[in-house]
Design a protein. Structure first.
Length: 193
């Protein structure tokens, strides 16, 4: 039996994805225009909480999708990715900004996030015999997220930017791309009668 959603749920998924695309574009462009000195930590905290609410909804939708098809490994991967996103976004606001513990937590969470994303991609690539509507979009979402992560962390080696902060903010604009695949995912799913 195919996974189906209601028109309302499809609309919510599309709206959440559209909001996240706008969020990435607006925050990156505003940070590009303003200097990083003007960023207020409380405003950034509120932005991250809102971002995590919408992202959490979308990842939990993927979890329900995988639960419908009884794909346990993919369920665990998606939940791990969500937990690591929460950890990565929350550790940015600890009081001890340059502590060894914070660096260790950030490194560990990043490593677990990468491993979970690689597992998600590998299992989705292996699952070619059972291609359901939406699987390709989820795989493209995961691949693009991983590629953007690597691009954002390694661009200094091959771009050699004059202004690294502005270049990082512009590179950050690419992080809106994965959410386009979530919109495609919602469109591909069959609607309930």
């Amino acid at each position: 039996m195919e996974y189906t959603i209601t028109k309302t749920k499809r609309l919510i998924i599309i709206l959440c994805s559209s909001f996240l695309i706008l969020h990435v574009l607006i925050t990156r462009l505003l940070l590009y225009i303003d200097t990083l000195d003007k960023i207020i930590t409380s405003e950034q905290l509120v932005q991250n909480i809102i971002y995590l609410i919408f992202l959490g909804y979308l990842l939990l939708e993927f979890f329900n999708y995988f639960r419908h098809y009884k794909l346990k490994v993919l369920q665990i991967s998606i939940l791990t990715i969500l937990i690591m996103e929460v950890i990565l976004r929350s550790t940015l606001f600890s009081n001890v900004m340059e502590s060894i513990w914070q660096k260790a937590v950030l490194f560990s969470a990043s490593t677990i996030w990468i491993a979970s994303t690689i597992v998600l991609i590998a299992v989705l690539l292996k699952n070619k015999s059972k291609v359901h509507p939406g699987m390709l979009s989820i795989r493209n979402y995961a691949i693009s997220s991983l590629l953007i992560y690597f691009f954002a962390t390694t661009y200094r080696f091959y771009l050699k930017p004059v202004n690294p902060i502005n270049t990082l903010l512009l590179v950050g604009l690419t992080s809106a791309i994965p959410f386009i695949f979530i919109i495609i995912y919602a469109i591909k799913l069959n609607l309930k009668d």
